[in-house]
Design a protein around this ligand. Structure first.
Ligand code: ADP
Ligand code: MG
Length: 400
């Protein structure tokens, strides 16, 4: 894989970069989005070198037939609001190309006088999901080289992530590189003991990580739907708690139970477990304080409601105070962590301690935390799988 940071500046100065970002961000998250921060950083890096940037991304799972018919539907999936926010962050005007006929894109991009152009949601075209060679060829005509800075999407086989690398010199962007460095650190040079903290709603994503990291791991602390599922698989009644029945039937708990720790007390409302209890929180915190490395994916409870946020917030606080290296991933988990980190910085007056990116490099005495933009992608990478878009970057370099 070739990294953008290592490319000689003279080689790409003045050229147009096709930059694949993950701008799949809900409107209500735009004001405080890790993905948007990373997207801005990545774009700024290219502008600084003197490149023009054409940004590719998508938003949402949508019904393509309806996109063509219904302009209100189309608007609800448009990348226009996120483009506006990106423009504000970069203090740069951005041209937005929303022509529904891809054949017009090359002309529109060439006509634009701006240094940044964003193409409308690529999922408006069925070809994006098909890893299509003709569509990739068309996209490639819009730039001189390609950069993937969408780690969080790299577990998907899509045209703008995979097939496109057949047609242009292709590089891993600075955000993607950071992700890989941090995750490889966990896989290869992690400091012992390694502790996994797993929760959240998407339980199946976490099974592969347990399997792959089990031999290296000291403890697997479970909360959220992961804990509910394992409790359920031992026939412990969990009422109408969030459970993944398919995973519960797969005997994962029994295979790995030597290291799995389940909550000893929980917070229940209307027959559903919605958070880990205070005893469990203390126990998990005690083990986290002793950890050398932590991987955290998935909140401990339904933290969006203050009544069920305590477990998740306490875990975040403990990680902030501990001396470990932590990788934290997933949309909801990173949102919860950032909230706590910000409160912590506010209370301690020294706001610089909290760098927007959360890489608290200067703070030797406390944890250094890497926030991964990937939920599913991070977990798949840690499960030892080769992500299709990363494979595509490798293959592209073999060819070019
Ligand atoms: P991430 O986005 O960090 O990858 P997930 O998408 O897997 O995490 O899960 C996040 C969601 O899980 C949150 O919206 C949270 O409310 C929910 N959640 C966590 N624990 C529970 C629980 N016990 N019951 C219901 N929902 C839960
Ligand atoms: Mg989520």
């Amino acid at each position: 894989m070739k990294f953008l940071r290592e490319v000689k500046k003279e080689k790409i100065k003045g050229k147009t970069c096709l930059l694949r970002l993950d701008l799949n961000i809900e409107k209500n998250e735009l004001k405080d989005s890790l993905r948007l921060e990373r997207a801005a950083e990545s774009t700024r890096f290219l502008l600084k070198i003197g490149c023009r940037v054409v940004i590719l991304s998508y938003k949402g799972q949508l019904d393509i037939g309806k996109v063509q018919r219904d302009k209100f539907y189309r608007r609800s999936y448009s990348l226009r609001p996120v483009t506006r926010e990106l423009s504000r962050k970069l203090r740069q005007s951005i041209d937005f190309v929303d022509d529904l006929n891809p054949k017009n894109w090359e002309r529109k991009v060439n006509q634009s006088k701006r240094r940044i152009v964003v193409l409308e949601n690529l999922r408006f075209y069925g070809e994006e999901n098909k890893n299509s060679i003709p569509f990739a060829h068309l996209l490639a005509s819009l730039g001189d080289f390609y950069v993937n800075d969408a780690f969080s999407m790299s577990h998907r086989q899509q045209t703008s992530l995979c097939a496109i690398t057949r047609f242009l010199p292709s590089y891993a962007g600075i955000g993607l590189e950071k992700e890989l460095v941090s995750l490889n650190h966990v896989l290869k040079n992690y400091k012992k003991p390694l502790v996994l903290v797993l929760g959240g709603a998407k339980v199946s994503d976490k099974a592969g990580v347990i399997e792959n990291l089990y031999p290296k791991t000291k403890h697997i602390l479970c909360g959220g739907g992961v804990a509910n599922t394992f409790l359920f698989s031992q026939n412990i009644p969990v009422g109408n708690s969030l459970v993944d029945r398919k995973i519960a039937s797969q005997n994962i708990y029994n295979r790995f139970k030597n290291k799995i720790i389940l909550p000893s007390d929980v917070v229940i409302k209307s027959g559903a477990i919605l958070d880990i209890g205070p005893k469990t929180t203390d126990e998990y915190s005690r083990l986290i304080k002793k950890a050398g490395t932590i991987v955290w994916g998935g909140p401990m409870g339904h933290f969006e409601d203050k009544k069920f946020a305590k477990g998740t917030f306490e875990i975040a606080k403990t990680i902030l105070k501990s001396k470990c290296f932590a990788v934290i991933g997933g949309g909801e988990t990173t949102t919860a962590f950032r909230k706590v980190a910000r409160m912590d910085a506010d209370q301690n007056a020294d706001k610089r301690r909290y760098i927007s990116d959360n890489l608290r490099r200067n703070q030797r005495k406390s944890a250094s935390v890497f926030l991964s933009t990937g939920g599913g992608a991070m977990l798949e990478y840690l499960a030892g799988r080769k992500l299709p878009a990363l494979q595509a970057l490798d293959d592209s370099n073999m060819r070019m």
